[in-house]
Write a protein that binds this ligand. Structure first.
Ligand code: ZN
Length: 176
């Protein structure tokens, strides 16, 4: 049965270390980790989670856009488990958007991301796929992929004026 994992908070070195490639077939431990990540993400009302955020420096991440109290405008999708990702193409078009992070509670910041990306990754079955992502889902993908490289959204802020507590974000920025 899946259990909730503790989410590493900013300052923990696990969030700053590059994650290791995951070998196939997946070990029992890796399968349990993925089940636990899915459960932990649901419980936390998140739209994405990377394994380093639950203290496992492995190249596993979940992209799971869905409307919830933290992201009411999010599109609905089935959670996508991504292993060993590599972004292979990026649109020149950048789009700004407000991000939060389960490892950086209480803060939101505006970050520019590529509008579209093409990524290669492996499924839980070890199949290699190449897929394009667009808009908010592309944003989540880039945010989680950053976590696998020891990067957090604060590193990508262009302007300190566009960093806010959750409360001020809701008051000032949430509706445009
Ligand atoms: Zn994050």
């Amino acid at each position: 049965m899946a259990v909730l994992r503790q989410i590493a908070q900013l300052g923990n070195p696990v969030l700053r270390a590059p994650a290791a490639t995951v070998p196939f077939p997946l070990s029992d431990e890796a399968r349990a980790l993925i089940d636990d990540m899915l459960e932990t993400l649901r419980d936390a009302d998140g739209v994405g989670l990377a394994a380093p955020q639950v203290h496992q420096p492995l190249q596993i991440m979940i992209v799971a856009s869905r409307p919830n109290p933290r992201y009411p405008e999010a599109v609905e999708m089935d959670p996508l488990v991504v292993v060993n990702p590599e972004v292979v193409e990026r649109s020149t078009e950048l789009v700004k958007g407000w991000e939060g992070c389960l490892s950086i509670p209480g803060l939101r910041g505006e970050v520019a991301r590529h509008q579209r990306i093409k990524a290669r990754y492996q499924t839980v079955h070890g199949e290699s796929v190449v897929r394009e992502f667009d808009g908010f889902i592309a944003r989540i993908f880039q945010h989680e992929d950053d976590h696998l490289r020891g990067v957090v959204f604060l590193d990508r802020l262009e302007n300190g004026d566009r960093l806010a507590t959750e409360r001020e974000y809701q008051k000032r920025f949430a509706r445009g």
